[in-house]
Design a protein around this ligand. Sequence first.
Ligand code: GLN
Length: 486
Amino acid sequence: MSIQFKSITELNELLDNKAISASELNQESIQLAKKYSELNCFVTLNEENTKKKSAAIKRNQKNPSLLSGIPLAQKDLFCTEGLRTTCSSKILSNFIPPYTATAVEKLEGAGSITIGKTNMDEFAMGSSNETSFFGSVHNPWKKGFVPGGSSGGSAAAVAAGIVPAATGTDTGGSIRQPAAHCGITGLKPTYGRISRWGMIAFASSLDQAGPLARNAEDCAILLNSMSGYDSKDTTSLNSYVPNFLENINQSLKGKKIGIIKEFDLSDLDTEVQERFEESKNAYENLGAEFIEVSLPNISASVPTYYSIAPAECSSNLSRFDGVRFGYRAENTVDLNELYIKSRSEGFGDEVKRRILIGTYALSAGYYDAYYKKAQQVRRLIKNDFDNVFKSVDLLMTPTSPSTAFKFESKGTQNPVELYLEDLFTISANLAGLPAISIPHGQVNSLPVGLQLIGNFLREDLLLNAAHVFQKNSDFHHAKPNLEDFK
Ligand code: GLN
């Protein structure tokens, strides 16, 4: 029996009925990863360890952890002890961490098995997975099309049914946008909900880990394990973590959903607009009410993000100097040349562009004009959200302005073209809010995502709204035809 495309809940049933053992399940997952290697969604497979760990799984029959024996894939920016962690960069292409990121440690502690590390945009900078040192990832729905980014490998691995779920990180949309382009569900939690310890930093005030899975219920299962305070991350939240499965089935009757006036959807592909209208109707039929709301500063989100994120990245990436980790250039005459050559040879173009922009924005002469100003605008955006959440429970937008696009068709001449992909997702990161993307149909045989944004710490409500929608629709059951990738 094939385990491909099965959800965590379905796999649990197979394990409980002894229709399959944890060893067989994980072996099959590894086999699928190999069979579909052309997708290029894995940078490293964890074969030996998967064998050992899955053979040692003993499921507690009475009260099994819902992740016990479940194969997962981790985005290759979560440090994994003894397992290469590259951030899809040449500069870390030989880096083997001495410790494991808290988020992964918690998932493994619940019994899941890390079968491999997934391809991504280099240092999570990108929206198409094309900046990876290890090459582009194909969208399982169409060869030669991007899976979205930066968690493109994780999204493709889940969409291709290789693993039921995977981890991602979202600094400006990197869980939600690839989830949308690959037709799966992706949740970016509240900033601080999940520890960032052991996650290789891109922009520390925005980065947040989260799950990508076949449905909202499975996202809740992962979130239950990943969440919680961690003394090793000073920004991790010391607040109550509910059981996210508990209220996932609540009725949506009377829930108020805001539509953001400032987002002019008439610029989008008409079929993307149609999907959006249909989902609005679906939510109305489920009892929700729609209200038009205004976030007057939201149009400044993209430039604000693209000032703050590069500034933080230029500081975070200064640690990669050719001395302490990873790649070191050869034949250098002095220390300065060692730094310059290692970084010049080790980083790709997009990463260098961000470091340059960020260094400029933080320089003494321009700090006030760019970085400080961006932080001020960020506060205004956050205030706008605080204000609208006084009158609505959730906000709804498309996840992305378009469906997946062809390799090298966006951003090659002008990177801003790609930055605009993040139009709908970035503001949730600036405000630290949770948001989810769920599949809601297709346009030209490519999936389209619907985004819901929630108030601070209201992942429960997001998962509830997503789950009830999925219980009443079939979009999340659609599977790509993978014939072209065998
Ligand atoms: N696309 C955005 C960027 O390039 C967001 C990336 C992310 O969320 N990691 O920065």
